[in-house]
Design a protein around this ligand. Structure first.
Ligand code: HEC
Length: 94
């Protein structure tokens, strides 16, 4: 029986979500969090685990100088941002 690769690259749907997330990120977030999510005015968002519920909350509601995006971004767009920022560090999407 053929062994299934446990470390498959993202599926087509996930890849699409990642590239949508990248567009949203570059437009709305990169100026403060850095083009690679490495951090700038705001904290680093890549290469660290941020719990999904607090990720969604802080983006929707804002916090201190982090602006609120509840009027600009819907749930699907937050999902796409999540996929983009949490994508594996070593993949062709990196
Ligand atoms: C005007 C600058 C600015 C923009 C634009 C901005 N952020 Fe932020 N962000 C911040 C700052 C500053 C903080 C730190 C807030 C605090 O806790 O005082 C922050 C915090 C966060 C946090 C919480 C990180 C943690 O360690 O808890 C997340 C997640 C986040 N931002 C994601 C985003 C995303 C995604 C976008 C785009 C939709 C975005 N931010 C746009 C400035 C910004």
């Amino acid at each position: 029986m053929k062994q299934k690769n446990r470390f498959q690259l993202p599926s087509g749907a996930l890849k699409k979500n990642i590239s949508t997330g990248q567009q949203i990120y570059e437009k709305n977030c990169a100026s403060c969090h850095g083009i690679e999510g490495q951090g700038k005015i705001g904290p680093r968002l890549r290469a660290r685990l941020i719990p999904k519920d607090s990720f969604f909350n802080v983006i929707a509601q804002g916090r201190n100088s982090m602006p609120a995006f509840r009027e600009t971004l819907d749930g699907d767009q937050l999902e796409a941002l999540w996929s983009f920022l949490q994508r594996p560090l070593t993949s062709e999407n990196n």
